[in-house]
Design a protein around this ligand. Structure first.
Ligand code: ADP
Length: 276
């Protein structure tokens, strides 16, 4: 049952009471559950044959089973790229579905921000080299309360986008700082991934965090995108009680997210926010 409370005001606009509006949403919930199950089953069923297909194509590309003509190699390259995209799409759908279902519990513990950044930058180094991008990180020895695996996933997603949407010769910066969000509240950590790429139009900045949304789908498709990366990032950061946003100009974009510092966690434990 979904309950909405509507305030009842008197002539002086003072709240006199509330109307409670309750509606039965069992059908809607049942449909949502069916949709989630359907997506999950289809994605699982797709993953196994796709992974075999991908491995088979990789073996063919080695030339061990016979040499291919130049045209044959080109065809194989196209098939391999498309399979990789499909594997990524299926994995993204499954990741998002798992996080959205609420079944994923962030296993937060004390992590070192510098370690997270170094690992994320190392994981993306090969891609950066391939795109001729210089990756600059400014790690800081600060403790943070986070699920390291999921934060790594968010950081590598943002770095992958920054590299993908930059031109060769560009630089991508990965930084972390302690900042005062609101007055009288403890500082929070702000991670930033900044690039010198093509930027994002102002009217698209919020939209790109929604499922399957891309600024230019043909360009993004060429770059192997699924339109789910930022949605996954947002879910991960929100599950950490953080915020994520983007700022952009035609000469580059910055994606930033916050995470609670240990000071925050200590205070919040007292009022039960981070009880789990
Ligand atoms: P994708 O898999 O397409 O990269 P994302 O959800 O990660 O999916 O990003 C959605 C879209 O946001 C991208 O397709 C692209 O249009 C835009 N975008 C994301 N990051 C950047 C960036 N650093 N610079 C320019 N555009 C970006």
């Amino acid at each position: 049952v979904d309950v909405t409370y509507i305030p009842h005001l008197d002539e002086e606009k003072m709240v006199k009471g509330f109307f409670a509006l309750s509606s039965d949403i069992s059908d809607r919930k049942a449909i949502e559950r069916m949709k989630d199950e359907f997506i999950s089953v289809i994605s699982h069923e797709l993953r196994t044959p796709l992974t075999s297909l991908h491995s088979a194509l990789k073996i063919l590309a080695t030339g061990r089973l016979g040499t291919l003509s130049t045209e044959g190699q080109q065809m194989l390259g196209i098939a391999d790229d498309s399979t990789e995209r499909l594997v990524r799409l299926v994995n993204n759908v499954l990741d998002l579905q798992r996080i959205e279902s609420g079944k994923v519990i962030m296993e937060c513990q004390v992590c070192n921000a510098a370690n997270l950044m170094i690992q994320a930058a190392e994981a993306m180094q090969a891609m950066a080299q391939q795109h001729e991008i210089t990756l600059v990180k400014q790690p800081q020895d600060i403790s943070v309360w986070a699920d390291a695996d999921y934060i790594m996933q968010a950081l590598t997603n943002l770095l992958s986008n920054a590299i993908k949407f930059s031109s060769p010769g560009g630089t991508v910066w990965l930084t972390v700082e302690q900042e005062q969000g609101s007055q009288n509240l403890p500082k929070e950590l702000v991670f930033r991934v900044r690039d010198e790429g093509q930027g994002i139009p102002a009217d698209q900045i919020e939209r790109i965090f929604e499922k399957f949304q891309q600024v230019d789908s043909s360009d993004s498709r060429k770059k192997g995108g699924t339109g789910l990366g930022l949605t996954i990032c947002r879910k991960i950061i929100e599950q950490h009680n953080g915020r994520i946003w983007a700022e952009s100009t035609p000469s580059g974009s910055t994606f930033a997210f916050t995470l609670p510092t240990l000071e925050w966690v200590t205070i919040s434990h007292e009022v039960g926010i981070y009880a789990s």
